[in-house]
Design a protein around this ligand. Structure first.
Ligand code: HMG
Ligand code: MG
Length: 298
């Protein structure tokens, strides 16, 4: 059944901004993070310690962490792909990281310059060292439902690659519909495949992009299976520069509207979120894609 409470894993500052062509000024990123924390969100994925040429928008990760004034009770996880990224994250005093794997060979090559096996060889020392340093480690798995180059991805393949992230020592697995093609039946099927492999919903999160308008429906399917951590992006910003056809993430405001309607607790203040996304839209020079932001700010 439905969870009583959902943890919103806000990815706007990372997934939301990584695809923006024009570099967003550091002060704007810092204010964005502060406003999101002020709106009651408690997990803010802040940035990525990836190669600065691969994602120029997030090349300022160390400066961002240096300028961040952390709020009590808020976690600021960052993406880390390899040992160099972990070194940089440790230098910046980061407490939580996420590694990010691909379920398919095509996307592993494009996003990480690796094969599926090589990505695990890259992550293994990262996760081991991060855990030894007392960090929390999340694992992302991309292309869980469909892949730009390979088409539909078999559920057994996704279950098998995802299991390897737990074997490495990840505490949570976020199932990514990187290009936003999934439909709710597929979501149920994948969650059931994990359950059959001994991985329960408490260890899972869902990460939907809204390219085909299915993100909220897919989220509801996951909630009905009992998943209680949902990734979303304020204003529906986002997309992966290496995924070919990804648009924005599920909008945090759209998620909050649905959770409120279902009576599921989440701790966020919708008005403050909408105000933040309207402010951010002004900075980016285009309106928010979120229907709830549009409805409440019209
Ligand atoms: P590579 O070119 O194979 O790197 O990239 P390399 O290991 O061969 O190293 C080349 C040079 O880069 C070396 O420098 C390294 O030190 C340097 P040199 O010795 O030549 O002077 N280097 C670094 N510098 C700074 N920070 C680092 C770093 N690593 C190496 N971390 C690499 C491999 C993994 C680095 C690259 O492919 C990369 O950075 N990829 C990241 C791509 C990315 O960020 N994609 C978006 C996030 S994933 C996503 O959005 C999906 C998600 O939202 C879920 C979903 O929607 O499905 C999470
Ligand atoms: Mg994503």
């Amino acid at each position: 059944g439905l969870p009583e409470r959902v943890t919103i894993w806000e990815v706007g500052p990372r997934d939301g901004l990584q695809n923006e062509k024009a570099v967003v000024p550091l002060e704007v990123k810092l204010e964005f993070l502060d406003r999101l924390a002020g709106a009651g969100l408690t997990t803010l994925e802040a940035t990525s310690f990836v190669h600065p040429k691969w994602v120029p928008q997030l090349a300022d990760a160390a400066d961002l962490l240096a300028g961040l004034v952390p709020r009590d009770g808020v976690r600021y996880p960052v993406l880390v792909p390899n040992a160099r990224g972990l070194d940089r994250a440790l230098e910046s005093g980061v407490g939580d990281i996420a590694v990010f794997a691909s379920a398919t060979e095509s996307f592993a090559r494009r996003n990480l310059n690796s094969t599926v096996d090589e990505q695990f060889a890259m992550f293994e020392p990262v996760v081991t060292r991060a855990r030894a340093a007392g960090m929390r480690v999340r694992g992302y798995l991309s292309m869980c439902f469909g892949d730009t180059w390979e088409g539909p991805v078999p559920v057994e393949q996704v279950a098998a690659v995802g299991r390897r992230l737990f074997e490495l020592g990840c505490e949570q697995l976020s199932l990514g519909d990187t290009i936003g093609v999934a439909t709710p039946g597929q979501v149920e099927e994948l969650i059931d495949a994990y359950a059959a492999a001994g991985i329960g919903v408490d260890a899972l999160a869902v990460h939907f992009h809204d390219t085909y308008g299915q993100a909220l429906s897919n989220t509801l399917a996951a909630l009905r299976r009992g998943v209680s951590t949902v990734d979303s992006s304020a204003g529906g910003l986002g997309g992966c520069p290496y995924a070919g056809s990804a648009t924005g993430n599920l909008a945090t405001e759209d998620l909050v509207w649905m959770l409120d309607g279902l009576g599921i607790a989440h701790g966020a203040d919708l008005d403050a979120l909408v105000a933040t996304s309207v402010w951010m839209a002004g900075k980016l020079g285009r309106p928010s894609q979120s229907r709830v932001v549009q409805a409440l700010s019209g």
